[in-house]
Write a protein that binds this ligand. Structure first.
Ligand code: ADE
Length: 227
């Protein structure tokens, strides 16, 4: 898979992708993440990428020309499964969306800043708009990193334990059961006996029960879906 991310803060994303768990996948060659500096397509000597909003009001808008030039430059080299714009008014990111996107070959992600991007870019080039939650961040870089991380870790070979991503919370609309590691007795607080039993059937049943219990208690909205 290849993910191309257009941003005006490349250093922020380069830092994330050069140190995080997804670097493994990049080193193994399963994923390439390519960061594109929007300023390389900026206008004039100052490499301008934003301008005042028509109609007035506070806040700048990302200009149409640099963004379209960057998108078209990328599109001239390969076709994309999706051109995604990270925005608080997009569809709310859910596990199901990352599952689908993890099957893509090429993804392009556009990070917004200021008041956002010119609406005409959204209409003509963006195929999907995604929000990572009902709050507003100062830019689309962290959302792009969140989305990429959630996708990349689903790609076989990207993680230490390939089966692990399939047992995550949300894969079956249930939260994950509690987990424990050594020591079995920490200052008198013991690991549940069943986990030490070596009986895999019993352990599986216990995990399912705890997952259901936790979901019912913490996320009644998800719990209703499992009924
Ligand atoms: N850009 C700013 N806030 C955002 C959010 N919540 N989700 C996606 N992109 C954003």
């Amino acid at each position: 898979m290849r993910i191309d991310i257009i941003t005006c803060l490349p250093a922020l994303l380069e830092g994330f992708f050069s140190t995080s768990i997804v670097k493994r996948a990049m080193d193994a060659g399963t994923v390439t993440v390519n960061i594109i500096d929007l300023r390389d397509f900026g206008i004039g000597k100052s490499r301008q990428i934003d301008d005042y909003a028509f109609g007035g009001g506070a806040g700048m808008v990302m200009m149409i020309e640099p963004l379209v030039d960057a998108i078209e430059h990328l599109q001239s080299e390969r076709s994309y499964d999706e051109v995604i714009y990270m925005t608080p008014d997009g569809e709310l990111l859910q596990q199901q969306i990352t599952n689908t996107l993890s099957l893509s070959e090429n993804l392009m992600i556009v990070c917004g800043h200021y008041k956002g991007i010119d609406e005409r870019v959204r209409e003509k080039y963006i195929t999907r708009e995604i929000s990572i939650g009902d709050y507003v961040l100062s830019g689309g870089e962290i959302p792009a990193a969140v989305l990429s991380d959630a996708i990349i870790r689903l790609i076989p070979g990207a993680m230490n334990d390939e089966t692990s991503a399939l047992t995550d919370s949300f894969q079956d609309d249930l939260l994950s059961p509690p987990v424990y590691t050594r020591p079995a007795d920490f200052k008198g607080v013991k690991v549940p006996e069943v986990l030490l039993s070596g009986n895999f059937k019993l352990i599986e049943d216990w995990r399912t029960e705890k997952a259901l219990e936790r979901t019912k208690e913490r996320r009644p909205d998800l719990w209703k879906k499992t009924l």
